[in-house]
Design a protein around this ligand. Structure first.
Ligand code: SF4
Length: 276
């Protein structure tokens, strides 16, 4: 079963160039301070399951290109694999929005994916400051960037995790060498591994970085861009922080296209700055 918190039946913006419906999966192992989907953090935010998705698709043949599995974090649930297979069987393409916390499960899902939007949130060595694990790291252990006050994770007792069937990253592919599939620590290593999984595949990839000036300095953004380019990423989108829909933990600041160092866009075949 796939716990789904809601389905958007028609979207032109969640998969560039494609008409898709979007299934918002319930549950996420991380607590990013700019999250706009915090209502989906917990598994019990689900209101439906894959059967509603299948019923919708049966009525959308010829009208939709595919399904975007979004969230929350779709790969937090083992059931995502079966759903992706079924969506393909129904004649639709499969897109995925992921934070990269589950490289093993991502590896398993590759044969059924047509496009992935992967978040790369920070330089690898400071990743836990933004991708704060929900239960594996106590808030005090997380290095907080300047300007961040209360940890969102503090609304749950330290050590509490989502239900075991949601947060069980080690259930990733046994054949994959990803021994680091633990979403509770060293988040940067997990995302780097997910990126490598995708770059070694033929799946179309867009890497996205959300930029709040209190979380990422210009130098941090430059480091991210240079790292992505050196690894072979061809499509990178920098998204200005959007205050609407967040918990309000961060102050409402933004960055502008002119803030992006001029040397970064030419490093990519496709570069886009997405305004707030
Ligand atoms: S990875 Fe971060 S931004 Fe994405 S759903 Fe989870 S908490 Fe929100």
């Amino acid at each position: 079963m796939l716990r789904i918190a809601g389905i958007t039946p028609f979207s032109t913006v969640d998969w560039p160039g494609k008409l898709a419906c979007v299934a918002f999966c319930a549950g996420c192992p991380w607590r990013c301070p700019y999250c706009q989907n915090h209502a989906l953090w917990h598994a019990d935010s689900a209101s439906t399951d894959e059967n509603e998705l299948y019923a919708l698709l049966e009525q959308r043949h010829g009208l939709l290109d595919g399904v975007v599995l979004s969230g929350g974090e779709p790969l937090a649930q083992p059931g995502v694999l079966e759903v992706a297979m079924r969506v393909r069987e129904l004649g639709f393409m499969v897109g995925l929005h992921t934070c990269g916390a589950f490289p093993g499960r991502l590896h398993e899902l590759l044969p059924y994916l047509d496009w992935v939007g992967l978040d790369v949130k920070a330089p690898w060595d400071s990743y836990d400051a933004i991708a704060r694990p929900a239960g594996g790291v106590r808030p005090a252990e997380v290095i907080r960037p300047a300007g961040i006050g209360r940890s969102i994770g503090e609304d749950r007792p330290a050590g509490e995790v989502l239900p075991a069937d949601v947060i069980r990253p080690s259930e990733g592919s046994a054949s994959h060498t990803a021994g680091t599939d633990t979403a509770a620590s060293n988040t940067g290593a997990l995302v780097r591994e997910s990126l490598d999984v995708l770059l070694a595949s033929n799946v179309e990839l867009e890497v996205r970085t959300t930029w709040h000036p209190r979380l990422l300095a210009v130098d941090d953004v430059a480091r991210i861009g240079e790292e992505l380019a050196s690894r072979g990423v061809r499509t990178w989108a920098v998204q200005a922080y959007r205050h609407v829909g967040t918990t309000g933990e961060l102050i409402n600041e933004t960055v502008f296209p002119s803030d992006v160092p001029a040397e970064l866009p030419p490093l990519f075949e496709h570069f886009e700055f997405r305004r707030a």
